[in-house]
Design a protein around this ligand. Structure first.
Ligand SMILES: [Zn+2]
Length: 483
């Protein structure tokens, strides 16, 4: 089966959640948690005689993304109607863009660079375009077994941007990395918060080279994509193993049962009878508008990575990981700025804490950094306590859980009594006790100096790791020499 080369192309739909209104009407687009069917008007309900008006800000956001992805922006484009009948679509057509029949997408080309095993690979984009979101269908449990469907038109007409990749991804892992990079770029552009439920949906085209491809529709989170791809690829391989023919079809990813289910076969582009949307005038962008958007484009992850390397002296690998999540990178910079005495050694220490124990905690608790009570001041205080020798790194690690709940390290230190013991008299007392109680090891030490470590270890155990290891060692050497 090794000659079964995997070919994957992704169509990613992103809601521009930072827009205040919908794509073609002035209804509030902040529909999450709202009473169903309250943020609606004749336009987004598709009433006869209602006329759509294009949201200028939506075009600006789309251009921002096009610039960030290095696409070629088409200065003239118009919208199309994509016809199909479904309860989530009251007009019986979706207003979208089409790059055939004289139509053009908002932007063509562009690329995203992914890195797996530190080898970079460029994934080219086919196009990005604007379209409206259909309404939301709510099922009871699984779509296949639900006895009914409820429709919430609050989502109808929300702005979507679709990012279509060329079929250049060759594994589910590459797809995951592609989505991570895309998510990062979108976060930096400030056009959407993809942590919001339902803010992204992915359609994946999958085939084994030389065989029919299937399209898995509506994968509702980036996390599910890798899973769905793995399952579908295995299904293709199994079919071929059993000499069964694969057919071109559309499948649905059931994220409860974690399988793909056949939805419909023989669906082709022509079935949608695309034709121009004549209720909307063609859009003409002038260069000065694009330039203005360009000027306001924030720092992108790649630029930030380079700046972090130079400004904070971080290794490339660390800088790269740190900048992927904008919130994490912001947190790092805020922590760095809490104390003007911090130097490049401290910057690296802060970076290591964020990439290590803090990220681990976030993963285990499935939270983003903004969903915790941890503040830059708290982390800064921890670094200072370690630098001043008041706590050991080992003990600092046990503070993380409380710090994530907003407790200050100084308070935790007092509460747990885990202050580092560096008082020489206290340590001398412990050292003498250990020497007295372990004559065998002391005897061993006379012939084998390596046994010193065992004695120091006994002192550390006695103080639950709080004794300063260096001071303990020095005093131990002195006491043994005098004995
Ligand atoms: Zn509306």
């Amino acid at each position: 089966m090794s000659d079964n080369e995997v070919i994957i192309g992704l169509e990613v739909h992103i809601q521009l959640t930072n827009l205040k209104t919908k794509l073609f009407c002035s209804c509030n687009s902040d529909y999450r948690g709202k009473e169903p069917n309250t943020l609606i008007c004749p336009i987004c309900l598709g009433f006869p005689g209602s006329l759509p008006v294009l949201n200028k800000k939506a075009v600006e956001f789309a251009i921002r993304l096009a610039l960030a992805l290095d696409c070629d922006i088409n200065k003239q484009f118009f919208f199309f109607r994509k016809n199909y009948f479904y309860p989530d679509l009251p007009k019986n057509f979706q207003i979208t863009q089409y790059n055939k029949a004289g139509g053009k997408a908002l932007a063509d080309g562009g690329s995203i660079t992914i890195k797996l095993d530190s080898k970079p690979k460029t994934i080219h984009l086919n196009r990005i375009h604007l379209e409206e979101d259909p309404a939301r269908l709510v099922h009871q449990g699984s779509i296949a077994s639900s006895p009914y469907a409820l429709v919430d038109y609050n989502r109808s007409g929300i702005t979507l941007i679709e990012i279509v990749s060329e079929p250049e991804l060759s594994s589910p892992e590459e797809a995951r990395e592609y989505l991570n990079q895309l998510k990062s770029i979108i976060q930096y552009t400030g056009i959407a918060d993809l942590d919001l439920e339902g803010s992204c949906r992915v359609d994946a085209n999958i085939s084994l080279k030389g065989h029919a491809r299937t399209e898995v529709k509506n994968i509702t989170s980036f996390k599910e994509v890798e899973r769905a791809l793995k399952w579908e690829i295995q299904r293709h391989k199994n079919m071929l193993k059993r000499d069964k023919e694969l057919i071109q079809e559309t499948r649905h990813w059931d994220d409860v049962r974690r399988v793909t289910i056949s939805l419909r076969t023989k669906e082709f582009e022509k079935d949608y009878r695309y034709f121009p949307e004549e209720d909307l005038v063609p859009v003409e962008l002038d260069q000065s508008f694009i330039e203005k958007v360009k000027e306001k484009l924030p720092e992108m992850p790649n630029e930030r990575k380079k700046r972090f390397q130079e400004q904070y002296n971080l290794p490339e690998f660390n800088a790269e990981i740190l900048v992927i999540d904008k919130n994490i990178a912001d947190f790092f910079e805020k922590t760095v700025k809490t104390n003007e005495k911090f130097d490049s050694e401290d910057f690296n220490q802060i970076c290591n804490w964020i990439m290590g124990d803090i990220s681990r905690w976030l993963n285990e608790n499935n939270k983003s950094i903004n969903q915790t009570q941890l503040t830059p001041e708290i982390l800064s205080e921890l670094i200072i306590l370690i630098n001043e020798g008041k706590i050991t790194g080992k003990i600092a690690k046990t503070f993380v859980d409380d710090m994530m709940k907003g407790e200050s390290p100084k308070k935790i230190m007092k509460k747990t009594g885990k202050e580092r013991i560096s008082d020489k008299e206290t340590i001398r007392k412990i050292v003498r006790e250990v020497i007295e109680k372990n004559p065998e090891i002391v005897k061993d030490y006379r012939e084998n100096p390596k046994a010193l470590q065992a004695l120091v270890g006994k002192c550390m155990a006695k103080t639950k790791g709080q004794a300063d290891p260096k001071i303990t060692r020095d005093i131990m050497l002195k006491e043994l020499a005098e004995k």
